[in-house]
Design a protein around this ligand. Structure first.
Ligand SMILES: NC(=O)c1ccc[n+]([C@@H]2O[C@H](COP(=O)([O-])OP(=O)(O)OC[C@H]3O[C@@H](n4cnc5c(N)ncnc54)[C@H](O)[C@@H]3O)[C@@H](O)[C@H]2O)c1
Length: 349
């Protein structure tokens, strides 16, 4: 059952429908026109504007919701109550530490499997960079990094997830962050216009991340939302992926590059297939499992806490907080300074 027939809900439903291991039994949206428009291509499943009622009557094996980020706890509760075996939902895990912790508590107590959609990782270019790093050609990795010109609630969760992956999912010990520009706090994906910071990983690797209006351009990529660069450096070289522009690496043996571009049609099928694999076999844990996504979420929230109050923030987080509220309160209303003219339109400056 898939809730939310917007952009991402339709991607999810289409990918479940196309996978022989799944049948889309129900779709839900508060917008009836969206439901009607989506139904036929999904085999005319049951439809409702009420997620709780539909889940109660269908008892789906998989409860998937792709609503906007302000809606998380309520849908997790619906999924758990429906006794689904797996809950799949969209990034970000939540908008605040308060809500993320609530979601974690609910999922942990229920024992239901859960996955969060950080599906860019299935791109050939993302995987090539992982392969180069894991193969040891960079030597001992000392730095992982990620930048995106899109704002925090859209992009930071992706960046941190892939940085953690390139660093073997090492635990983070602390972070320190800074932010600028308050325009995007009014957005449906509320965020500071620009946030950046450092991550200390337990294996000694340094993470460096920048997200938003001040993050550097990736001139090799035309499409604004895909101007993201994520990679790793070691004493023997670097390897990095450009979300909309392939991959490149320089090591002691030479330099290489290759194709690849973020593509929902290519990234969704393996993401969905891993759900079937995990449901069939507990040992085949999904690459985008909730426990891993939550570690990235904690890093994002700790960056906000540091940007709001200054200093370093230790992990794991132990108490809830409304990071967005305290950050907005602490920040000046000085306009954000841009890294490139192309950001002016999106950030309204
Ligand atoms: N993983 C990715 O690559 C990626 C890309 C884009 C967006 N996202 C994330 O996906 C999520 C959804 O984004 P989107 O672009 O699909 O948004 P969208 O606005 O296109 O779709 C959201 C849908 O949810 C519906 N909805 C809202 N409240 C509802 C409720 N109570 N019950 C049922 N339906 C309800 C809305 O009517 C709308 O159709 C966000 O969290 C966003 O950050 C992820």
């Amino acid at each position: 059952m898939v809730v939310g027939m917007g952009k991402r809900g339709k991607h999810h439903a289409a990918a479940f429908h196309a996978n022989g291991r799944f049948e889309v039994v129900g779709i839900c949206d508060i917008d009836e026109a969206r439901l009607a428009a989506a139904a036929e291509s999904l085999g005319n499943p049951a439809r409702s504007t009420d997620a709780a009622a539909l889940a109660k009557s269908l008892k789906p094996d998989v409860f998937c919701f792709c609503t906007l980020p302000s809606l998380r706890t309520e849908m997790i509760k619906v999924g758990i109550k429906s006794r689904a075996k797996l809950i799949a939902f969209e990034k970000p895990v939540a908008l605040t530490g308060n809500e993320g912790m609530k979601v974690k508590k609910l999922l942990d107590a229920s024992g239901v499997k859960a996955v969060v959609s950080h599906q860019h990782r299935y791109g050939v270019h993302y995987r090539k960079v992982k392969e180069i790093i894991a193969g040891g050609s960079l030597g001992r990795v000392h730095t992982v990094y990620g930048t995106a010109t899109g704002w925090m609630a859209h992009m930071l969760s992706h960046l941190v997830d892939y940085m953690r992956w390139y660093n073997n999912n090492a635990e983070a010990e602390w972070v320190m962050g800074q932010s600028a520009g308050i325009g995007k706090f009014q957005d449906m994906h509320p965020s500071p216009d620009y946030i950046g910071g450092f991550i200390q990983f337990a294996n000694g690797v340094r993470g460096i991340v920048e997200c938003g209006a001040g993050a550097p351009d990736v001139p090799e990529v035309d499409y604004w939302w895909r101007k993201c660069r994520i990679g790793a450096q070691g004493p023997d070289g670097f390897a990095e992926v450009l979300t909309g522009g392939g991959w490149r690496a320089v090591t002691r043996s030479g330099s290489w590059s290759g194709e690849g571009c973020m593509n929902y049609d290519l990234d969704m099928p393996p993401y969905i297939q891993e759900m079937a694999d995990w449901l069939d076999d507990d040992s085949k844990v999904h690459s985008c499992n909730f426990a891993s996504a939550y570690k990235g979420f904690e890093i994002v929230m700790a960056l906000c806490r540091s940007a709001a109050a200054g200093g370093q923030v230790g992990l794991p987080l132990t108490a809830g907080k409304d990071e967005l509220k305290s950050l907005q309160k602490a920040m000046s209303d000085r306009k954000v300074l841009l890294s490139m003219a192309a950001n002016a339109k999106e950030y309204g400056v």
